[in-house]
Design a protein around this ligand. Sequence first.
Ligand code: GLU
Length: 669
Amino acid sequence: MHAPSPLGRLALSLALAAFSASCALPVAAHPPGHHPSLRTPGTPPGIVLPPTDEDVPAPPAWDGVAFRGGVVSVSHPLAAQAGRDVLARGGNAIDAAAAIQFMLNVVEPQFSGIGGGGFMMIHLAHRHRTFAIDGREKAPAAATPTQFVLTDVPAAQRFTIASTSGLSVGVPGTLAVLDHALRRYGTIRLSEALAPAIEVAEKGFRINRFLAANIANDGGRTGFQPETAAVFRPGGVPLADGALLVQPDLAKTFRLIARHGPKVFYQGEIAQALVAAQQRSRTPVAAEGVGRMTLQDLADYRVVERDPVKVDYRGWTVADMAPPSSGGLTVGQMLEMVERFPMGDAGQGFGFGSPTTLHVMTEAMRLAFADRAVWMGDEDFVPVPKTGLLNPEYVATRSAMISLTSRMATPAAGNPLPYDTAATGNRNVRLAPEKEDTEQRPSHTTHYSVVDKWGNVVSFTTTIEATWGTGITVPGYGFLLNNELTDFNFDPAFNPATGNPGANDVAPGKRPRSSMAPAIVFKGREPVLAYGSPGGATIINSVFNVTLNLIDHGMSIQQAINAPRLSVTSATGTVSCEGVEPFMQPKFSVATQDALRSLGHLVPGAAGANGCTATIGSVQGVVIDLRTGRQYGGADLRREGTVLGLKRVKAQGPKDRDKRDERDDETDD
Ligand code: GLU
């Protein structure tokens, strides 16, 4: 099998540009159950994943249905329904995104909500404008670089204790994002976006197995605070899969916000309760662990609109989150580093899941994470050499360190400053290095994607940081508080010799460096894909894996999401890889793992053993086929991923499933 040659790729680009510019082109038919991939028709895909209903049991999200009236892809069916209903009433993607977020606060309270923050990447079709609303939590004005040092606590317990105390609560941004997005770019009121969530919080819903598992096992942390336990473990008994969860306090909070607007949260009675709640601390650190947020910090919170970072990868433009997230820069570096290899060309050993492909991916991850550890942080506080980090010549020097025959020794960060076009001050100065982030946090956070009938796109990664955040529920108000400040350096990387701060040291008003990477991919000016993932630092790698699956391996969005993923989140490079879920086909074989081990990679387990047992991320994506205008979704079975759409394209063959949709939705084809 052969990857398209550069000329072939150019031809593909031109052809697709021509398609997108023309309305009069014939509609291409896709076989039922098959999503269009990004390759040209006839281009051999780099992997044979089960393409039809006959090959795999059809899970709900394996749904090759095409739509024209908008698509939502969300990790929970009730939240997907809330978004779809907004679109059905004539709302746009921004409106749907707001309704989805409020519903997620109800049905996936452990992952995101108004006590947290996030990055909402938006593409406005009529303005051809792509930007992110940065709702990242901020350190309070009283924060200090040494606030997490906590000398009295054994090192092994420090993270757990800090992350479950008020000290780690950042000033939340999610509600401010939704309010800003609706006022500037939406068509419905905040109260309308809240209404479905209020109803479900009040009447209750049956919890799914993912929430039940998170309630039963809070990840070995020191337990829920009492108000959280009262909701999720009433009488000390964890709610089980299928149990009814009613959240009157959360419903009350949402009603207050619907009536009074976000002011009641940032300046009113909810602000007062929130500030009091983050004064909780775990016993071993007592006063040292008390949160430092004041009413003034809440009143001062503002979202920021930011331009995405963009990289060109094989003719596609990947727009992703800029600092304070490391997501876009790190994904971008990885893509640029692997572009010189014929990824996807099985004939040359670069098919999906081959040892060579995985080796190159791993090395790119190690190099990019080495740079991330030194250079990336909140650029409102530290200079981040964004153009240098993505400069093709600079990245080429990094990529040149990748050998096909052996694993490199642990790479240091590079020096992108000579390649940086921005005025970053003294170019000889380097920021102090910090400890690498080797922590795997697979199950936090949520990503969802929306496209509406006008072609507006939202790609939103939203979080309260760890699963359950701090575990502190604001008493009487029913929402959990984030522990996002644990994303800062726990020990400051400040360099006393030079006076340089660590890029990610705590500072008053600063946003902790994130890994969130809500992506929108373009062909020319037209958006074709939106996706992202939760998972702490592994987010970056989930987005990288899925991007290669789509662009190089010729997979459809659902195949790209289903395929097993591999992740390395530090220069030292311990490999984490998937392969336990039955829907991940094919898995990384033991022979492949052994081939990586023999190159020197740190695949868990001994030779001959299956070390690929991780679960990494949860990707929800939407696709717009520029040739036909059809819209598709792919959702992740690692959670209860759900795709819903409007104006379903009429069934074209006997195999088409789910006739129910035809009664509900218009058909036009
Ligand atoms: N605190 C994480 C980040 O911003 C949230 C994502 C996650 O843990 O999944 O990178």
